[in-house]
Design a protein around this ligand. Structure first.
Ligand code: AMP
Ligand code: GLY
Length: 417
């Protein structure tokens, strides 16, 4: 008899995790809550909202789950991992105090300041008058952040002072304050680091595409596509990231009483000299970064999750394929501001070699038809020996998919292709 695993979430990230686990012999039961149409084909979906911590705990007890893997940040910030510890169930995902690194940017900034970790200077703005006094010292370009979980959409980056003041005033009205940050110049990359108190493993660095439009235009989204490995993270950059950011974070997190057993997502800005700065910490895998990272892990994925949740990551070896992965996100009409859902999706019947279809906002309707069910609907992931070949594969498959009003970026990977 193998183990019973529950994956929390319903996006492309969770489908990618579930697909990886499906390959592992030790996993005999695969549950997903709430999951999507894709996960329903490889495991058992459970209709429980990720914000319902009590409901998840009840499900875990009913199913006799051995390990819970938490996809999104919300349940971690709300203490799911702490509650699982109380009932003696293993969890991949930090306790709430560690999760606060993503839950509060102000807290993350304070931690980085104490540990001398390179990041943007930042100041809290509580009043419009204060903003008027300080605004010229911080821009142009201005970076305004709401200190809430906003799925990557609570940040305004602008060279227009009026727009900056508007974002500040809107944020103060909504939350009582905003953070005004120094603008960091350079190229972004995401480093997903699996860690527990015994050690850490850096997964291949990736690059997300956060703006909705080609050439990085338009509003920020949860992420419109990604690829890995990201060539901007050379060995020299990676070593700096490890020395200046990951080691101090790991030492500090390991000295804390609450457990950090999960993924630390380090959002980086790498400047022209190859010096890395932290743009943000997330306390979970990225979406869509996971779709291009998990397929590059050649070691047993379940063993990686399990060892981390048990605090014995340093005992296992983690290896990677010498390949490239690129994923393109198909989004609903109106995304990111709104999204039209319940529309038929077609074109997924054929199989293409080295191509993975990662479902996100999808479901089967009452008639058994595959329909859209969210802003980001699918991520089509090509895996190959070169980045350009991986891109060709995903775009070829994407070309056959039909979903009324949908859109996707045609330039994923442009910085490296
Ligand atoms: P965040 O939610 O903090 O990751 O911010 C979303 C996006 O805004 C980032 O991926 C960057 O593209 C941009 N951004 C955030 N902070 C900064 C900064 N200090 N300087 C430049 N760009 C930033
Ligand atoms: N793709 C950005 C994130 O997961 O936060």
């Amino acid at each position: 008899m193998g183990d019973s695993v529950l994956v929390i979430g319903g996006g492309g990230r969770e489908h990618a995790i579930a697909l990886g686990l499906k390959e592992c012999e030790d996993v005999s039961e695969l549950h997903i809550a709430p999951g999507n149409a894709g996960t329903s084909k490889i495991g058992m979906n459970h209709k429980i909202d990720v914000s319902n911590v009590d409901g998840i705990i009840e499900l875990v007890q009913n199913l006799n789950v051995d390990l819970v893997i938490v996809g999104p940040e919300g349940p971690l910030v709300n203490g799911l991992s702490d509650e699982l510890s109380k009932i003696g169930v293993l969890c991949f995902g930090p306790h709430s105090s560690g999760a606060n690194l993503e839950g509060s940017k102000e807290y993350a900034n304070e931690v980085m300041m104490n540990l001398d970790i390179p990041t943007a200077a930042s100041i809290r703005i509580d009043t419009y008058e204060q903003a008027k006094e300080l605004i010229d010292g911080f821009g142009p370009v201005w970076v305004i952040k709401r200190d809430v979980l906003a799925g990557g959409k609570g940040v305004t980056v602008t060279d227009d002072k009026n727009e900056a003041m508007e974002a500040i005033s809107e944020g103060i009205t909504l939350d009582g304050f905003v953070l005004l940050e120094e603008f960091l110049e350079g190229e972004e990359a995401s480093m997903l680091v699996v860690m527990d108190e015994s050690g850490f493993v850096c997964l291949p660095a990736s690059q997300d595409h956060k703006r909705v439009g080609e050439g990085d235009s338009g509003p920020n989204t949860g992420g419109m596509g990604a690829y890995a490995p990201a060539p901007i993270v050379t060995d020299s950059v990676k070593n700096k990231v490890i020395d200046r950011i990951i080691v101090p974070m790991h030492n500090w997190l390991s000295s804390e009483e609450s457990l950090y057993r999960g993924c630390l997502y380090v959002g980086l800005m790498i400047n022209q000299y190859g010096d890395p700065y932290v743009v943000e910490f997330n306390v979970r895998f990225g979406d869509p970064e996971t779709q291009v990272t998990i397929p590059l892990i050649s070691s047993n994925l379940y063993e990686l999750f399990l060892a981390t949740a048990q605090g014995r990551l340093s005992e296992i070896e983690v290896n990677f394929h010498d390949k490239h992965a690129l994923t393109v996100v198909l989004a609903s009409e109106g995304y990111p501001s709104t999204s039209k859902t319940n529309r038929l999706i077609s074109g997924l019947d054929s199989e293409l070699e080295n191509c993975m279809v990662h479902h996100a906002g999808t479901k089967y309707d009452e008639g058994g038809n595959l329909v859209s069910n969210g802003g980001r609907v699918l991520a089509i992931t090509g895996i190959s020996n070169s980045l350009s070949e991986a891109a060709k594969i995903s775009y070829k498959y994407m070309g056959n998919i039909a979903l009324e009003g949908s859109h996707y970026r045609k330039d994923i990977g442009f910085r490296s292709l």
